[in-house]
Ligand binder design. Structure first.
Ligand code: NI
Length: 212
């Protein structure tokens, strides 16, 4: 049993490493730091602006309450998509989100941090409740049915795909895009900015200070 667990840990490590290389490659291929993109809109942002990002949703928060975009109207939204089993990227990014909020001081009151799962089968309300308690005290975790999650993934242009484990069984990982979205304070607030995993806490906080 111990051996199986060890093997599983090794497989997760390898996949985590591969995802890391993928993200690294992505960063290399997209070297413009977000702060520059923000000051002088680049081709990437133009493309994003041409496509609507975000929109209405009906999901369950981590306390089991049904919520929609209307529940967060009046706040800017920092939205991150991921899954609670994620070994590295999601915890790192959610930690970063927490530190960004701390760095903003009272200005952070204008922001509602939101974590939306790409893996609703495993990320039940209970799993989300336990997970979000590791991060910012106001972080909201959202899950829902497969159809509800697929709808919000599509609206936010989030890529997410299941990666089966070579060991078989029920284990799987989710390969997913790992951007942090800043959404406007209106109910159907538009996308204001996108932050990448390569962006530091201070880069993101500085950008937010200019925009809030
Ligand atoms: Ni992740």
């Amino acid at each position: 049993m111990f051996k199986t667990r060890l093997r599983r840990a090794a497989i997760f490590a390898v996949i985590g490493f591969m995802l890391g290389i993928g993200l690294g490659l992505f960063s290399v291929l997209n070297p413009a730091p977000v702060a520059r993109v923000v000051e002088k809109p680049s081709r990437a942002l133009d493309t994003i602006a041409a496509v609507k990002v975000g929109g209405s949703f009906t999901l369950l928060d981590h306390t089991g309450k049904q919520v929609s975009e209307a529940d967060y109207a009046g706040s800017y939204k920092l939205v991150f998509f991921g899954f609670t089993f994620c070994p590295a990227v999601c915890p790192t990014e959610l930690q970063k989100m927490t530190r960004v909020m701390a760095e903003l001081g009272p200005m952070a009151d204008k922001i509602q941090p939101i974590f939306i799962t790409v893996d609703p089968e495993r990320d039940t309300v209970e799993a989300m409740g336990e997970y979000v308690s590791n991060f910012h005290p106001r972080l909201v975790g959202l899950t829902g049915s497969r159809a509800q999650i697929d709808d919000v993934l599509q609206k936010y242009r989030v890529f997410a795909s299941k990666v089966e484990m070579p060991s078989g069984g029920d284990d799987y990982m989710m390969d997913h895009s790992a951007f942090m979205y800043l959404m406007g304070s209106e109910q159907d607030g538009d996308l204001i900015s996108i932050y990448r995993s390569a962006d530091s806490v201070s880069m993101i906080a500085d950008d937010l200070k200019k925009r809030l």
